[in-house]
Structures are given as structure tokens and as C-alpha cells.
Design a protein around this ligand. Structure first.
Ligand code: GDP
Length: 196
């Protein structure tokens, strides 16, 4: 697949407003500031693809991008915003869980976590929901360039070890938008999901 051809399709305020549940979707999730927009831009070799997600007022929207007909990347709202009221957070978490559980066309979940601060509560929750829904997960440890290679390997091994406890198909890779590290691994996984 040529990810450079990816284009914005639509935004949805919640999972009930997503387009028809057909084709194949791969969802991207992560705490705000984890590097999700940068990763989407790097994957698609576009400077501003994920900018839509950064427009004030749109940060809580689900943004859908089409790679090819019926093959969509789903940019889920970043979680972990401190300033969001608890009630809204809980509501959003519930609907995320529901999306992972019920969306038939969803083939896989990419969870992005800063390599220096991996596996926060909500990251673990996302992986757990995905595994419970029999979804495959690709964990990208982002901003890998921020660590020296020894520390990077230590973190990678630690997270790989930790995800074993989820008893699911969870692959963990280091990723850097800055250094274009891990991009091939990401493409390979997406190609695989989109062709199933
Ligand atoms: P999002 O909120 O998850 O969409 O995160 P962004 O993609 O906007 O990135 C958050 C911040 O981290 C920005 O200041 C980016 O420049 C920075 N960032 C993202 N990816 C990388 C990376 O691979 N390396 C480094 N050093 N910084 C990064």
C-alpha cells in the first residue's frame, strides 16, 4: 500500500457517528503528546496530515483517513489530558472500550507511548481492551531518539516482557519520527492488517 496517498475523510464526535462498519480499519491511540500526529505524518510522508487533529475543538474528535478504498486509519483522541473533567474522561473511556469491542472492521490497534514513560494506566487499559476483543496490537515506543541505544534496548525489553502478561498478540517496537526509526515495521504491520 502507498501510505503517501492517505487523505483525510471525516471527523466523528463519537463512535456512533463513524462511517459504515465496512472495509478495514486500523486505529491509533495514545496519551496526548505521545507523538501520534508525528507518527501519522511520518508514515504517510505528509507534513500536515494529522494537523486536523490538533485544531482546537477537534482534539476530542475521531479523525478518519483513507489510505485506499475501504482501508482507513482511525486517529483516536489523545487520552490523559489533565484539564478534562473526570466525568467526560470516564464517558470517553467507555466509548473507546465499546469501539474496540464492537467495531467489526477494526483489524488492529497501534498504541503509541513515549519510550521514557511507557505503560501508564490508560495505555494498559487500551491494550487490555484490544486483547480481550481479540485484536492484534502494535505498541510503538515513540521518541526513541531521546534515549541512547543502551537505554533504548533496556526500555524495549522491559515493555516486551511486561506485555506478555496480557496474553495476547502484542508486538512492541521502538519508533522515532525524527530519525525515521521503526517506520518499516509499522508499514509491514499495517500492510498485513489491511490485507486480511
Ligand atoms: P500527539 O499529541 O500524540 O499527536 O503528539 P505530537 O506528534 O504532536 O508530538 C508531541 C511532541 O513530541 C511534539 O513536540 C513533537 O515534536 C515531539 N515528537 C514527536 N515525535 C518525536 C520523535 O520521534 N522524536 C522527538 N525527539 N520528538 C518527537
Amino acid at each position: 500500500l502507498n501510505y503517501q496517498k492517505t487523505h483525510f475523510v471525516t471527523s466523528a464526535p463519537d463512535i456512533r457517528h463513524l462511517p459504515a462498519d465496512t472495509g478495514v480499519e486500523v486505529a491509533f491511540a495514545g496519551r496526548s503528546n505521545a507523538g501520534k500526529s508525528s507518527a501519522l505524518n511520518t508514515l504517510t510522508q505528509q507534513k500536515n496530515l494529522a494537523r486536523t487533529s490538533k485544531t482546537p475543538g477537534r482534539t476530542q474528535l475521531i479523525n478518519l483517513f483513507e489510505v485506499a478504498e475501504g482501508k482507513r486509519l482511525v486517529d483516536l483522541p489523545g487520552y490523559g489530558y489533565a484539564e478534562v473533567p473526570e466525568e467526560i474522561k470516564l464517558k470517553w473511556q467507555r466509548s473507546l472500550g465499546e469501539y474496540l469491542e464492537k467495531r467489526q472492521c477494526l483489524q488492529g490497534l497501534v498504541v503509541l507511548m513515549d519510550i521514557r514513560h511507557p505503560l501508564k494506566d490508560l495505555d494498559q487499559q487500551m491494550i487490555l481492551w484490544a486483547v480481550e476483543s481479540k485484536l492484534q496490537v502494535l505498541v510503538l515506543l515513540t521518541k526513541a531518539d531521546k534515549l541512547a541505544s543502551g537505554a533504548r534496548k533496556t526500555q524495549l525489553n522491559m515493555v516486551r516482557e511486561a506485555v506478555l502478561s496480557f496474553n495476547g498478540e502484542v508486538q512492541v517496537e521502538a519508533f522515532s519520527s525524527l530519525k525515521k526509526q521503526g517506520v518499516d515495521k509499522l508499514r509491514e504491520k499495517l500492510d498485513n492488517w489491511f490485507s486480511s
